[in-house]
Ligand binder design. Structure first.
Ligand code: 4NP
Length: 163
C-alpha cells in the first residue's frame, strides 16, 4: 500500500481537486486498492468545510465529485503515515519543510515536479481569481496525476494492471 497526501494552503481548492483527480485516475486504472489518497492544508482556516463551490463545479465537468471531502489541517502524524506529501506551490513546500518533524519518513516535494512537458513548478492559487483558474488547476493536476501514477508503477509501488 502506498500513500499520497496532497497539500495546499486552505485544503478547499487545489489539494482536494488533486485528491479527486488522482483518485479517479487510479479507480479508472484499476489500481485504487493499492493506494491511500488524502489531502490537507498547511492552514486550518477551513477545517471541516466542503471544497470551494468553484472547485466542485470545475471537477464535476470532468466527472469528479468532490462533495464528500472535508478540509483539514496537516498534522504531525501525517509526516510518518504518508509515503508522499506533495505540495501545490513553493510556499506550501516551504511551510511543510519548516513544520516537518526531523525524523519524518515522507518524501516531500512539489506535485508538479512529476509533470512531464510542464514548465510550471506551482499550481497557482485560484482562490482570489476567476473560474479559469480552477480549470487550470484541473489541467495541471490531471497531467501531474498521470505522471505520478507512472512513477509509482515504474518504482513497483503500484502494480500495473494488464490491459
Ligand atoms: P487552496 O486555496 O490553498 O488551493 O485551498 C485557498 C483557499 C483559501 C484561502 C487561500 C487559498 N484563504 O485565504 O482562505
Amino acid at each position: 500500500m502506498v500513500s499520497v497526501l496532497f497539500v495546499c494552503l486552505g485544503n478547499i481548492c487545489r489539494s482536494p481537486t488533486a485528491e479527486g483527480v488522482f483518485r479517479q485516475l487510479c479507480e479508472n486504472q484499476g489500481v485504487i486498492s493499492g493506494l491511500r489518497i488524502d489531502s490537507a492544508g498547511t492552514a486550518g482556516w477551513h477545517e471541516g468545510k466542503t471544497p470551494d463551490g468553484r472547485a466542485v463545479a470545475a471537477a464535476r465537468q470532468h466527472g469528479i465529485d468532490l462533495t464528500s471531502l472535508r478540509a483539514r489541517q496537516i498534522s504531525p502524524s501525517d509526516f510518518y503515515s504518508f509515503d508522499y506529501i506533495l505540495a501545490m506551490d513553493g510556499d506550501n513546500l516551504s511551510e511543510l519543510q519548516q513544520c516537518r518533524p526531523p525524523d519524518s519518513t515522507a518524501d516531500i516535494r512539489l506535485f508538479l515536479s512529476y509533470a512531464i512537458q510542464c514548465e510550471q513548478t506551482d499550481v497557482p492559487d485560484p482562490y482570489y481569481g476567476g473560474d479559469e483558474g480552477f480549470e487550470q488547476v484541473l489541467e495541471l493536476t490531471r497531467n501531474a496525476s498521470a505522471c505520478l501514477l507512472m512513477h509509482l508503477i515504474a518504482r513497483g509501488q503500484v502494480a500495473a494492471v494488464e490491459p
